[in-house]
Design a binder for this molecule. Structure first.
Ligand code: ZN
Length: 219
């Protein structure tokens, strides 16, 4: 719970708070927030100051650095202590945090896996016109094929761990892949790795964050 090393970035958290992310990414962010004290605290701050910021930004132009300015203004604001996000502390032995369990109607034993080769399995959880969310099962020690990304790939580890060219990712960690990234994830030995992944196949990476910012500023 507290040993999450790779956290979600502020821009995705703001997109989540503003309701402007595709549903598949919403699910991954909500699940990550359940596992990360750091992400939960930042989201709480964004939610609390969001209304004020939006009022002030209503007539702002869409200059390239608008999002950066917004982020810095939000970061400069103090986090009030009123809002609260329940920690998922009563999950017991559940592999899936509450947002994911709610979505699939149960824990690991409720997943309808389909084999995709090399012992790997996947289960599509949600499929929208913007993005798809899926669970991926990688047997311990198994490598995934090296791949690049046409758009944004948001991966959240729920069980086990994997390594790629960039680092090691364990439970609660988020990795964002984009068009500039080629990697070969390899599940660590000892425990099968299960990840929740949102992908945005139709949109190039350049398109997603600007769209989030645009929606955020237009509200
Ligand atoms: Zn990838």
């Amino acid at each position: 719970m507290t040993d999450v090393k790779h956290h979600i970035s502020d821009d995705f958290l703001i997109g989540y708070a503003a309701g402007s992310l595709p549903a598949a990414f919403d699910l991954v962010v909500a699940t990550h927030v359940s596992l990360s004290d750091d992400a939960r605290a930042r989201l709480q701050a964004f939610d609390a100051v969001g209304g004020c910021i939006l009022d002030e930004m209503a007539v702002a132009d869409l200059a390239e650095d608008s999002l950066a300015k917004t982020l810095s203004r939000i970061n400069d604001s103090a986090a009030p202590e009123t809002a609260s996000y329940a920690k998922q502390s009563k999950d017991g032995d559940a592999v899936f945090p509450a947002p994911l369990r709610d979505m699939i109607g149960g824990d690991l034993n409720a997943v309808k896996w389909r084999p995709i080769g090399m012992g790997c399995k996947q289960a599509i959880i949600s499929e929208g016109k913007d993005a798809t969310a899926r669970l991926l099962f990688i047997p311990a020690g198994q490598a995934m094929p090296r791949h690049s990304h046409r758009g944004t790939e948001m991966t959240l580890v729920l069980q086990g761990a994997y390594r790629d060219e960039t680092d090691r990712f364990g439970r609660g960690d988020i990795e964002i892949g984009d068009e500039s990234m080629n990697h070969t994830p390899v599940a660590e030995a000892g425990e099968d790795c299960i990840c929740l992944i949102a992908t945005d196949a139709r949109l190039k990476f350049e398109g997603l964050l600007p769209r989030i910012a645009q929606t955020f500023l237009r509200i």
